[in-house]
Design a protein around this ligand. Sequence first.
Ligand SMILES: O=P(O)(O)OC[C@H]1O[C@H](OP(=O)(O)OP(=O)(O)O)[C@H](O)[C@@H]1O
Ligand SMILES: NC(=O)CC[C@H](N)C(=O)O
Ligand code: SF4
Ligand SMILES: [Mg+2]
Length: 520
Amino acid sequence: MPSGQGLVPSDGHARPRDACGVVGVLATAPARAADTGVAARAYQGLAALQHRGDQSAGIAAGAAGRRTGRVAGPGPVREALARADVDALRGDVAVGHVRYATAGGLGTANIQPIERQVGGVWFALAHNGNLVAAPQPADGSDLEPGASDSLTVATLLAEALAGGASSFEQALCDLLPKLTGAYSFVLTDGRSLYGLRDPKGLRPLCLGRGGDAWVFASETPALMEMDADFVREVEPGELVVADASGIRSVRPFPPESVEHRLCLFEFVYFSRPDGDLYDRSVYLTRWRAGAALAVHAPLPLDETRPEREVLVLPLPDSAIPAAEGYAARSGLPYGEPLVRNREHGRSFLAAAQGERERRAASKFRLIPELVRGKRLVVVDDSLVRGTTTRAVTAQLRAAGAAEVHLRIASPPWRWPCPLGIDVGSHGELAAATSTLSAIRDELGVDSLNYLPLDQLLDAVGAPAGQFCTGCLTGDYPVRVPTVPGQRPDDVLVPAPAGCVSRTVAHRTANHRSIRKEPQR
Ligand SMILES: O=P(O)(O)OC[C@H]1O[C@H](OP(=O)(O)OP(=O)(O)O)[C@H](O)[C@@H]1O
Ligand SMILES: NC(=O)CC[C@H](N)C(=O)O
Ligand code: SF4
Ligand SMILES: [Mg+2]
């Protein structure tokens, strides 16, 4: 692949998917001497990151600069990794990965961690993100059609080592400035553990310490599962190197290319609610977004039937904090009549639309008594293709809901994401191809509204310039490839203004807040 050319999925649909999860563990003395099972700790971390991808999982381990073994397979962590095999995996250092493919197929070669042996140097690599451009490997012989972007990186590193790079770290530092896109990597050469973020910090990565080990993980809750305390986030453009003697920080990128532009949807949807990002509780940012939404888009008052009961409900799981915030701020009753079927993974993460629809249709069990005859305020964190809301609205109507008012705790998705999320074309996006009233009618809801971007950013509380908002604004922090014939301006509809509702009512059903609002 020539330099500058987009790394698109091998199925030819330019359809990036979701964020993967990465972990790493390096035991320092005396844990090293006691051989306390770095792989088992990596397993715990991967299980805590299952929501970031369930297509495959893997752990690779090493010691004294050599490979000690690898366990990997298709499916979620508990299917992919037999616990006995993981416990048998010895070593001083391990890296782990849960995958949701953004580039390349689901074949065995793309399961991570990816390993290479070049002369006396072994390394293993785990990648979260999606590259939009990378150099062309001189000898891409191991890159079959359908190879992932992560495989390309492994091949480039192997070539640099074969070409005489003085060390693995040197090969890495030489390559990194030539990569464009989103990447948080955790790597090992069997001696050191490396954690790095791209110069924009698009994907998260944090550093922890505990149990005589240095630990990296995509999200803070995974650190806890690996018996480590949060130390700090890896900085955008920073390579943290951990070895038996401690950690050090390397800056391989030109300083002018480095800035904080974390994916805003890590706050909205991807990350676990019990974690922190930018030193802020993900849960509380979602709660505040829901509270702001209650003020921005209240439930219209039904003056003809004021006796009708009202219920604010979330689409579990991700929207629960936002729905709680909406109910608290509006003073309306809150309930959870939709019970998540735990056997179903996140529907958004399915690789194909048919599978997404199947997951969405069977994702929730509904308690009909809780919705029958009521006016419902249904809160979701995001509306991308509308797969989830379409299925749920039908369920709620069938159970006898009187009205369904949909409230989305983030702005409309109107541009694709080539930086690691499963939306590759404008045609897939409800808000890129339809007017708000057309979306409302297509979903079968009585009213629809979104939270404006400035209010979402207020809810997060970090400076607006510190995020990627490309899918909402078309403004990406790196140059991204365009899909021919699908330029955003060709299909954009006017930005929504106010609530799109069938029922014309100017008063609202909000009451004074009766719940205590949580403080940070
Ligand atoms: O409009 P759509 O294309 O359906 O995408 C948006 C939906 O997908 C996600 O839910 P998902 O089930 O993936 O995860 P969750 O359980 O964390 O909410 C997200 O929380 C929205 O509910
Ligand atoms: N979701 C991800 O971060 C995926 C990593 C990598 N691009 C792959 O497809 O394997
Ligand atoms: S385009 Fe959207 S989903 Fe993609 S990285 Fe940027 S904010 Fe995240
Ligand atoms: Mg959801």
